[in-house]
Design a protein around this ligand. Structure first.
Ligand code: SF4
Length: 258
């Protein structure tokens, strides 16, 4: 029930998503704490881009925005740190060099398209939502909170993706629903907007900003899911959900022995 390195019992979006993706993977990662033998390159890449964009937002918050080259330097440092942690497994013909070049182009586009009139008012905002008796709290961090010149506040989450999202994917994105609960717990009111910023890792990178909303019905449904996941964890219901995602799973060996 803990993300690694933390002691206080809690549930995070990442845990919920892992359990829904594959309950056995959840057990290997969060309960057995099996050290993965490799990091899949798309995971390391997305994480390094996320750290680079986070550093840019932090510099905006401090009033001294980083240049595109400086953001790319943050990417390279983050990548290096991931590759020191454990070996990176490449796929789809990618290599460290090809991903470094791709990251540079993507971050240049991200930097060029950032609207300096938008004020960054929060980054990595931690939240904790009380889920009631016999449930650990739901915790997380909101990537970025922006304020437009007209005063509109938007909670946004950055993703890297190889193609555009379908409308339904945006409307049903559970991470944003989780963030909307977090935003409520932090005191953001019903006027707060939600957005998914998707940085496309295509030949010609683009930033697609998908605006969306979340209703109480969306949040109630998500909470129902969280409670069901928690029941599954408590009752130790862990089974392999073999599908296309197994190809990137670092727990293939213990899975075979299950
Ligand atoms: S290999 Fe597939 S079924 Fe096995 S733990 Fe990983 S994701 Fe689950």
């Amino acid at each position: 029930m803990n993300d690694q390195g933390q002691e206080k019992p809690h549930l995070s979006y990442s845990q919920i998503n892992t359990y829904c993706t594959c309950p056995l993977k959840y057990r290997f990662h969060y309960i057995d704490r099996i050290e993965p033998p490799f990091t899949a390159a798309p995971l390391a890449f997305g994480s390094a881009i996320h750290e680079a964009v986070g550093a840019f937002y932090q510099s905006c918050l401090e009033g001294d925005p980083l240049s595109a080259d400086q953001i790319h330097d943050v990417y390279r440092q983050a990548w290096e740190s991931h590759s020191k942690e454990r070996p990176i497994r490449f796929s789809n013909g990618d290599s460290e060099d090809s991903l470094t070049t791709k990251a540079k182009r993507m971050l240049e586009v991200f930097h060029a398209e950032f609207d300096p009139a938008v004020q960054i008012v929060g980054i990595e905002e931690p939240f904790e939502v009380d889920l009631g008796k016999r449930m650990p709290p739901l915790v997380g961090w909101i990537d970025v909170v922006e304020q437009a010149p007209d005063g509109t506040v938007t909670v946004a989450d950055l993703k890297t993706a190889s193609k555009r999202y379908a409308d339904q994917t945006v409307h049903s994105n559970l991470q944003l629903t989780c963030y909307s609960l977090g935003a409520q717990s932090l005191g953001f009111n019903g006027d707060t907007r939600f957005r998914l910023d998707v940085l496309l890792k295509t030949q010609n990178p683009e930033v697609i900003r998908y605006e969306t909303t979340r209703t109480n019905a969306d949040r109630d449904r998500f909470l129902k899911l969280v409670k069901s996941v928690w029941q599954g964890i408590r009752k130790e219901i862990f089974f392999p959900k073999s599908d296309w995602q197994c190809g990137q799973c670092p727990f293939a060996d213990p899975c075979k022995e299950w």
